[in-house]
Write a protein that binds this ligand. Structure first.
Ligand SMILES: Cc1cc2nc3c(=O)[nH]c(=O)nc-3n(C[C@H](O)[C@H](O)[C@H](O)COP(=O)(O)O)c2cc1C
Length: 265
């Protein structure tokens, strides 16, 4: 009987391939098994970001002051998809499966923006987007809108929340950006974020006019209501933030939808 040579080239190869196969099956199995949990974590993260932008969840906690959890708080929101051109609801699109970024890539579900229109550097804007609405006895209490736009190093993704009057900003928060920590990354600084609450959005002509300024106007002047401190040493990020807020609340963004929602409209 021929003896088994465990050091032969072919046997070494077979053992190596066998080990690789076993390992890859284990790794793939774990990846597949964890997928639902990863999806749940992504959804929880998104809910937290929306609630934080709306000022309903502290930055350092997963429950509010009354101990309500993220899911309990988020249940107060109605999630809808709106047609950005008409501002009407699109009830045939399921918000849970709708992907605005994918929609923005396809010519049939988005529009190309001209250089003049494209202040947020998007190139294309999706035809529809999801919105998060919280209603109370008096009508709308909060409206949260997804916003995105280019900073210095890449696209910044966040949520802008408006108060019941749909004129006053309640908060702005980013959940994904590539800006430099300490410079553009200061968009995550809680002190800077807190300064957004109360900022006015639309000017007397109904156009969004938020300004990020190096020196704020005298508090007594009307202009002060529209101003937020610029980020020092981060002119490009600052400009990106200003442009994305004004783009997404303007005529090419959620402007038509906001107008439709206003009680007087
Ligand atoms: C390593 C490095 C990282 C930077 N990161 C940012 C950034 O995240 N956002 C930004 O606007 N500028 C960033 N800058 C600075 C810009 O290049 C530019 O100098 C700055 O925006 C000018 O802003 P200022 O007029 O407020 O000084 C960075 C510069 C360097 C060298």
């Amino acid at each position: 009987m021929a003896s088994f040579d465990k050091d032969s080239l072919s046997n070494t190869f077979i053992v190596a391939v066998g080990i690789c196969l076993v390992c890859s099956v284990i790794v793939s199995g774990i990846a597949v098994a964890l997928k639902p949990q990863q999806q749940l974590n992504r959804e929880l993260d998104q809910k937290q970001n929306i609630l934080r932008a709306a000022g309903m969840l502290p930055a350092d906690s997963n429950v509010d002051a009354q101990g309500r959890t993220v899911d309990e708080l988020f249940a107060e929101f109605e999630v809808r998809v709106v047609d950005l051109t008409t501002g009407e609801y699109l009830d045939d699109i399921d918000p849970s499966t709708f992907d605005p970024i994918k929609a923005a890539r396809a010519p049939e579900t988005s529009m190309a923006l001209s250089a003049e229109q494209d202040i947020a550097t998007l190139r294309r804007r999706e035809n529809a987007s999801e919105v998060y609405i919280m209603r109370g006895e008096q009508g709308i209490e909060k409206l949260v809108l997804p916003v995105r736009g280019y900073g210095l190093w890449g696209t910044m993704f966040g949520y802008l929340a408006l108060d019941a009057d749909l004129q006053t900003i309640s908060g702005l928060g980013y959940y994904n950006h590539k800006e430099t920590p300490g410079l553009g990354g200061e968009v995550d600084n809680p002190r800077w974020k807190a300064a957004w609450a109360g900022v006015q959005l639309f000017d007397s002509a109904g156009q969004p006019d938020v300004r990020l300024v190096k020196r704020r106007s005298e508090a007594s002047l009307p202009a002060a209501n529209y101003e937020v401190d610029a980020l020092s040493g981060a002119t490009f990020t600052t400009r990106g933030v200003q442009n994305m807020v004004n783009f997404w609340t303007g005529e090419l963004g959620f402007g038509p939808f906001i107008q439709r929602l206003k009680p007087s409209a």
